[in-house]
Design a protein around this ligand. Sequence first.
Ligand code: ATR
Length: 276
Amino acid sequence: MKKWYAVIGDPIAQSMSPVMHDAWFRENGIDATYIPIHVKAEQLGEAVASLKRLGCSGWNVTVPHKCAIIPYLDQVDEAARRMNAVNTVKVLEDGTLFGTNTDGNGFVRSLQEFGASPEKNGELLVIGAGGAAAGISFALESAGFGQITITNRTIGKAKEMSDAFPGSSALSLDEAQLALDKFDLIVQTTSVGMNFAKSGMPLDPTGISEGAIVADIIYNPLETEFLRRASEVGGKTINGVGMFVHQGALAFELWTGAYPDTKKMIQLISNDLGGK
Ligand code: ATR
């Protein structure tokens, strides 16, 4: 019987996940489909029960349900617990709802695809201290990347996050601005610059060390103001498309056992977004 997968969120119409997963199902000869479902916050419990009852094999979870879905699941793994957020659910053979989070590892895969490694990139700065920053920091730490310095507008949140990562430290944005040349890998995880709605930069990349890798998890626009400036001052920049595609690929692998072609998909999505 044809299997089906979904993504739930509010809003959902903009999601590129259905096109991505449907292409991968076709490429891998898997008889399945993937549909976007608009679920409002107050409908979440009912939606989870319906997905299960109607035989959905697994689904992705996006804004605003990543944290709220946790109580409706039977099991969540450490990645999801550390992030307090689930982006992927798999319905196991016996009906158990298993939740994980592939965002952090998706980011690490995209870094590795770009040539970054713990040997070459040991001095890390993470900008932001929200859920995305926590997931990425956890995945970076698990992948062996070095000590993490966290900087955030609200310094208390940076300190709180650094308490959860042994060996990490926290800086205010002003302090990080002055110390930028210390870092060879800088990761921008805040929402500043997303969808052009919040223009500006959390801090100015002027002052980064020559050849530092500067990543932004935002993919719309493809190049945020932060990345453009980082590139102008000699940084090697990575936008958020790789992370988006790899988080999807890791979900696809969990569901089907196959790791899909990410290079082609990154190209496709970049072309699509670049043309907008
Ligand atoms: P997510 O799950 O996407 O990480 P979040 O948990 O709401 O979302 O975190 C948003 C992050 O963006 C926070 O680090 C936030 O900083 P504060 O902790 O000070 O709120 C950061 N952020 C949002 N708007 C910002 C702005 N205009 N300037 C600097 N940082 C900003």
